[in-house]
Design a protein around this ligand. Structure first.
Ligand SMILES: Cc1ncc(COP(=O)(O)O)c(C=O)c1O
Length: 386
């Protein structure tokens, strides 16, 4: 109890506030001006004349140094379009962490494909490449170029690597595994705009990388996302899939396959584009918030703050603490902080424990379960520093 009280007092004092939300967006006049300009232009929707969509895609390409960017209505549609563009088929298995938001995995099921849950590591909450490699060695076989699950005899055709809370996972090793076993690689970088691994922006290591501009993300378009890729072939496929598979023509309606209305509206892009101009400033503020938490938690042995590896740069999207040696009870701590109006959040319930996802293949997920039991994310929005 003493610990709970001391921590909550320190957090409220440090951020000079009586109430702290988990992650709220911050807007100023620029967003309003962009939105007004967009409304005045008459192009508010997904039309190819959307000035702000084009502008936002340019900003993303420049910042991430990726060759192509396609804005979508949200991150989950970007993951769906990525898997389709990479030719993932029904009944194929996709290796994916269980420790992620459910939107990483649902697109696998949209295709009738099968999530195969893999273990993560404590140091960054991302896929553990060493355990994955060992697991693949003893649980799969190769036929020609393709990889198969020994138990189910289904083809394993891809990996979705997730950068949890903006913290880079060991993406170089994961990419090496993908190459070795001939697996497609999608980076769920939805939480990781502004995060780098060895100075290279996340999302540029995989066949595609997907970002989210949901209201709780580092910058927002209200709802929105973007797929980035360096492959012209993948770019063309994703672009077509998210645009109802419309064949470009000035007036004719020609569609060459089943497609989706997944393109970001200009109105949302107008909001995100103004936010994008502030990204570097927001990243600095977020670094400061992290440093503040580091100072607070340095004085306690009950919890540690999740840190970033030396060769990585995190956008510090959600600062997260980990309870050490069962020294405190997670739910009691969350309840206490809620009563003090500090709106923390537990990490997602591991997906392999959810009713509709229980039946899918999985590795030993001991660390995944442990992280769920012991971690709590802290208020981290750029508005909490005054
Ligand atoms: C890890 C992860 N994957 C996927 C998504 C889906 O993004 P969106 O909400 O934009 O569809 C989110 C964000 O909400 C997320 O946090």
């Amino acid at each position: 109890m003493l610990f709970f009280k001391s921590i909550s007092n320190q957090i409220l004092k440090k951020f000079n506030s009586k109430k702290l939300q988990l992650h709220e967006p911050v807007f100023s006049k620029v967003e309003k001006k962009n939105l007004k300009d967009c409304i005045d232009s008459g192009f508010v929707s997904t039309s190819s004349n959307g000035f702000f969509i084009k502008k936002l895609e340019k900003q993303i390409k420049r910042f991430t140094k990726s060759r192509y960017a396609i804005c979508t209505i949200n991150g989950v549609s970007g993951i769906h379009a990525s898997l389709l563009a990479l030719d993932i088929k029904k009944d194929q298995e996709i290796l994916v962490p269980s420790l992620t938001f459910v939107a990483t995995v649902h697109p696998i099921l949209y295709l009738g494909a099968i999530p195969h849950f893999v273990e993560v590591e404590e140091k960054n909450f991302g896929i553990c490449p060493n355990k994955l490699e060992k697991y693949l060695k003893s649980n799969t076989y190769k036929k020609g170029q393709n990889l198969y699950n020994k138990k189910t005899n289904r083809r394993i055709n891809g990996i979705i690597a997730v950068h949890v809370f903006g913290n880079p996972c060991d993406i170089i090793k994961i990419r090496a595994i993908a190459k070795k076993y001939n697996l497609k690689l999608v980076e769920d970088s939805t939480e990781a705009l502004g995060s780098f691994y060895r100075k290279r922006h996340l999302g540029t290591f995989g066949d595609t990388g997907v970002f989210s501009f949901n209201g709780n993300k580092i910058i927002t378009s209200g709802g929105g996302g973007v797929v980035i890729t360096n492959s012209k072939k993948i770019y063309k496929k994703v672009f077509s899939l998210v645009s109802n598979s419309k064949v470009p023509h000035n007036w004719e309606y020609i569609h060459n396959q089943v497609g989706f209305n997944y393109r970001m509206p200009n109105l949302n892009a107008a909001l995100a584009s103004a936010q994008f101009d502030k990204l570097k400033k927001i990243l600095k503020i977020k670094k400061n918030i992290f440093k503040n938490y580091k100072k607070i938690f340095a004085n306690y042995t009950e919890v540690t703050l999740l840190n970033t590896a030396k060769d990585s740069t995190s956008n510090n999207w959600l600062n997260t603490i980990i309870i050490k040696d069962n020294k405190i009870k997670k739910d009691n701590f969350i309840k206490y902080l809620y009563n003090k109006k500090i709106f923390v959040r537990p990490i997602w319930k591991p997906l392999h424990t959810l009713k509709h996802l229980k039946k899918f293949p999985k590795m030993n997920l001991k660390i995944t379960n442990k992280i769920y039991e012991t971690s709590i994310s802290l208020p981290s929005g750029p508005g909490i520093i005054r």
